[in-house]
Ligand binder design. Structure first.
Ligand SMILES: NC(=O)c1ccc[n+]([C@@H]2O[C@H](COP(=O)([O-])OP(=O)(O)OC[C@H]3O[C@@H](n4cnc5c(N)ncnc54)[C@H](O)[C@@H]3O)[C@@H](O)[C@H]2O)c1
Length: 238
């Protein structure tokens, strides 16, 4: 692919980048000239940061400020899945889901935006899911879909509020991607059932999402904000 977004050393923080979509997103940004901080709650990450823990976010932001002079781009990718019928997710699982999928985005936005406002520019990309649309999807249940609908609402409202400060906020709603998050649920039968409902006849690939994240953070999407782009091979249009 010939797309060339040159980030010229702009500083990017990707959450949940230890594996899966986040790792691919981080790699794509690096390839396009960004200075990337790939963070994860997993202790093996180069930058350990738990999106549910404000103190750990504060420490990460200080380090980025000190080393790189502040953040230009935030990718809110960290997320947990909840699966099964409504009563399969108990109160503890619900609290954890909300703490990561919703409060995690809140926390990172609140930590990142002040410096972006001072510099008068910035881009935020949130990873939602097609399950936002119907309150649940192929694997993500009603509670998961609800958190992702919240992410879409944040994206719209923040796009409106932060536009005057030169900060764009957009989201991506991927269909199922074969990552660790879903692999154990992705039996041959489940895969066939899902693919049969996708007009383009395949699952989403990590790179479909990563390339869209690069686009939404680059100057090529300069006048796009508050939007959620489905990366789903047409699934939400069926
Ligand atoms: N895989 C899919 O089918 C799919 C589809 C639509 C949307 N998504 C969304 O994409 C994002 C990435 O999903 P994935 O499939 O790569 O998942 P994954 O489970 O493979 O990876 C998620 C990463 O997030 C990290 N993480 C979890 N909790 C964290 C926390 N509190 N703080 C920081 N990091 C944390 C994990 O350690 C892991 O490295 C999630 O928001 C997910 O909801 C995934």
């Amino acid at each position: 692919m010939n797309m060339h977004a040159d980030f010229g050393g702009r500083v990017v923080l990707v959450t949940g980048a230890g594996r899966g979509l986040g790792a691919k997103i981080a790699a794509r940004f690096a390839e396009h000239g960004a200075r990337v901080y790939a963070s994860d709650v997993d202790p093996s990450a180069p930058l350990v940061m738990d999106v549910a823990d404000r103190a750990s976010i504060g420490r990460a932001m200080e380090r980025i400020e000190r080393e790189a002079g502040g953040l230009d781009i935030l990718v809110n990718n960290a997320g947990l899945l909840a699966n099964g019928p409504y009563d399969a997710t108990g109160p503890e699982a619900w609290d954890k889901l909300v703490a990561v999928n919703l409060t995690g985005v809140y926390n990172c936005v609140q930590a990142a935006v002040p410096a972006m406002r001072r510099r008068g520019r910035g881009a935020i990309v949130n990873i939602a899911s097609v399950s936002y649309d119907r309150g649940g999807g192929a694997f993500g249940n009603v509670w998961y879909g609800t958190t992702k609908a919240g992410v879409v609402a944040m994206t719209k409202g923040l796009g409106r509020e932060l536009g005057p400060f030169g900060i764009r906020v957009n989201a991506i709603a991927p269909a199922v991607v074969a990552t660790d998050m879903v692999n154990k649920l992705l039996t041959d039968e489940a895969r066939q059932r899902i693919v049969a409902r996708i007009p383009m006849g395949r699952l989403a690939a990590e790179d479909d999402v990563a390339r869209t994240a690069v686009y939404l953070a680059s100057d090529w999407s300069d006048f796009i904000t508050g939007e959620t782009i489905a990366v789903d091979g047409g699934f939400l249009r069926t």
